[in-house]
Design a protein around this ligand. Structure first.
Ligand code: F0G
Length: 452
């Protein structure tokens, strides 16, 4: 750990603003105790998401200047396409403005009532796009993947028996796997599991599509944890992963080092033609999708940078380091730490608060009040429901601390650790919250809370 340092130096900086505790008390009250409603300028360290929040490199910014903005046949698209073909190995590359646009196009082609799409865990937008098409999104992660204490090295793996039982029904038009498994804690999938899942999909004639947002982080976990991969490069590992699949959806806002961007990649000619026709309806012409030429240029550069071994070593070390700082204050987290985030167990941190008082949302608010840090609640605010005025809680109360890529330094992480230590010292004083206003769907984005 001590030899792993940030494998970059900083050329451009962006000031962050400290606020006083009195100011934060006011700001939080004005935001109705919902940190989604706080202005980003009022946040000191923003761990809301690792999506679209990366720092681009000097080379990427250079690429922005030489982006080709031609409507058709742009040089930057050619570079984008050939980079993805080289790493991912798929024939057709369809650019989209972000990951969910690729999901929407894919589900418009293969979804529909009576169909079942298997996955380890569908991410929220993937699930929403599957369900919007009328199909069922079925989560088949291994039992260890649902157990926060399990130290299984690949908690994102799919349960192969459950997958075969689903495929036997003959209702799956495609099958998926998400690497890393964000919903399950940013946990990786092993190469052995990807190979076995692929064999099952092939056996039942089901095209295999990988949700590949954090593919480079997953590749490095394989290098660190799976026998036979220690001497392979992340690029070789990534190539092997995708060699088992028929296509991919990708949010380039994660492991593309982009602030915006995505793609759908496919081998099948007929399916790709359908996808391009849908692309033109909402995203744009097939040589730019929903992106500017300069974005395509920067993303092609980012995809090569993200596979750099010293970057990935540093990236996974930063998450482990954050986890180790929290462990000093006996904070329970989903173990082992994932590739892009640490997931704090708020139910055990605030064990005096019942779930009806939103312990994870309370912790999100207290993190902001104590240190100006913004995390995100993954608990009853997000997944609970209000049925006839009665709250039905979620099965977990987590706070996700997602680390933007190449943005914060070790001193920032030390500060996060200090804030948790201060909160831990007075954890039994924490007060719960109640919801006073909510929308019928995706309520966590806009709900108003009040202290109990
Ligand atoms: N799949 C996974 C696994 C994701 O984590 C995300 C986004 C998407 C698909 C959708 O991509 O945002 O580009 O449309 N996750 C972000 C997050 C929003 O905060 O975890 P998108």
């Amino acid at each position: 750990m001590s030899e792993i340092i940030e494998p970059f130096r900083i050329k451009v900086v962006e000031p962050i603003r400290r606020t006083t505790p009195e100011e934060r008390t006011e700001i939080l009250k004005r935001a109705h105790y919902n940190t989604f409603l706080i202005d980003a300028d009022d946040v000191l360290i923003d761990l809301l998401t690792d999506s679209g929040t990366s720092a681009m490199s000097a080379a990427q910014w250079g690429g922005i200047m030489i982006g080709d903005e031609s409507y058709a046949g742009s040089r930057s698209f050619k570079r984008f396409e050939s980079t993805i073909q080289e790493i991912f190995g798929f024939k057709h590359v369809i650019p989209t403005h972000q990951g969910r646009a690729a999901e929407k196009i894919l589900m418009s082609i293969v979804g529909g009532a009576g169909k079942v799409i298997p996955n380890n865990n569908h991410f929220d937008t993937t699930r929403a796009n599957v369900e919007f098409s009328g199909a069922e999104a079925r989560d088949l992660v291994i039992a260890e993947g649902r157990d926060p204490a399990s130290m299984h090295p690949f908690k994102g793996n799919i349960d192969l028996e459950a997958l075969e039982a689903t495929l036997k029904q003959g209702t799956s038009p495609i099958g998926m796997i998400t690497i890393t498994n964000n919903t399950g804690g940013g946990q990786p999938v092993s190469m052995a599991n990807i190979r076995a899942v692929s064999a099952l999909y092939r056996k039942y004639g089901v095209p295999f599509i990988i949700d590949s947002c954090r593919f480079a982080e997953n590749a490095y976990f394989i290098k660190e944890r799976e026998e036979g991969y220690a001497d392979k490069t992340p690029r070789e590992i990534a190539k092997e992963i995708f060699s088992y699949a028929d296509g991919a959806t990708m949010s380039l806002k994660k492991d593309g080092f982009g602030n915006i961007g995505g793609f759908l990649a496919l081998n099948d000619d007929a399916m790709a033609e359908q996808a391009r026709n849908l692309l033109i309806l909402t995203e744009g012409f097939p040589t730019y999708g929903g992106l500017a030429g300069r974005d395509l240029e920067a993303l092609a550069i980012g995809l090569n940078e993200v596979l750099d071994e010293s970057y990935l070593e540093y990236r996974l070390a930063t998450i482990r380091y954050l986890a180790s700082r929290l462990a000093e204050s006996d904070v329970n987290i989903v173990q082992p730490p994932g590739g892009h985030a640490v997931y704090v167990d708020a139910r055990s941190f605030y064990d005096h608060l019942p779930q009806s008082e939103f312990p994870a949302q309370a912790l999100v608010c207290d993190l902001y009040l104590e240190g100006g840090i913004r995390g995100v609640e993954i608990g009853s605010g997000m997944f609970g429901r209000c049925v006839d005025g009665v709250e039905v809680p979620a099965d977990r109360e987590l706070v996700r601390l997602a680390m933007p890529r190449r943005v914060y330094t070790q001193a920032h992480v030390n500060y996060i650790g200090e804030v948790f230590a201060r909160l831990a010292a007075k954890r039994h004083e924490a007060r719960g919250l109640k919801i006073v206003k909510q929308a019928p769907i995706l309520r966590h984005f806009t709900a108003w809370f009040e202290p109990v």
